[in-house]
Design a protein. Sequence first.
Length: 275
Amino acid sequence: LPLRVYLLSFFIGLVGVALFSVLLVRCLRVLRTGSRFAKICYVSFLLLFVALAYSLCYILFPCFDLSGTVLCRGSHSGKVIALTFDDGPNEPYTSQILDILKQAKVPATFFLVGKNIERYPALVQRMIREGHTVGNHSLDHASLIFMNRREILNEIEGWEKAMQGIALPLPKLFRAPHGWKTPWLVSILKEKGYSLIGWSRGVWDSDLPGVEVLQQRLTQKISNGEIILLHDGCDSRAGVDRSQTVAVLPETIRFYRQQGFQFTTLPHLLASSPP
Ligand SMILES: [Zn+2]
């Protein structure tokens, strides 16, 4: 999703906090002096407001999850990080990324879109052959939040079908399109044995902000256990420009290595995390 959408959500969030504060002050006053009916109305309205705000944050922010179901980073203890690439395969960029990773001996994790797997099965085989991990990013990258159980299962299992004959068994990693989640999606993933994966650092490379800006976003205050989100594709479309992601990669790898970081795939990163 574009950065401006997140900035807009942040602004709406601030307005929400301001409204909540006004409501809370008013509610406290009514609780002291108001009638019984006014007290019930205000408290109900306040609770509804909190529930709505919580639900929106839970759906829209990938790592907003008090239950700890979404895995958004690895352990803080070791200088290890994981690069993840979403929405591929998408040529020629996925091949270029694989070339860079191979040359630098960096393992990564690719969250593939089922429709793109069908377009480039040989690239997925190459990923696995070269020691990378792949994860489920749905069949066609449609938003799952308005889907019913059957439709969500179609997205998850459609991806599995696209992967059939390529390499099984695979780690059961799932990243929701746009990171948007619902309690029923989480429960279906649990049933199917998937871990829901988020990220700790998104740099909005899909906005094409320029290589220098990307470099800056990728290298500021990097910390142990980070899961870094990049894109080698865009939804289920073919040929979308990811040249900036490709261009920023060699220097980013060099920078992290200079800082003493090692790269690993998600299953390894998460295995070393505390429960
Ligand atoms: Zn995606």
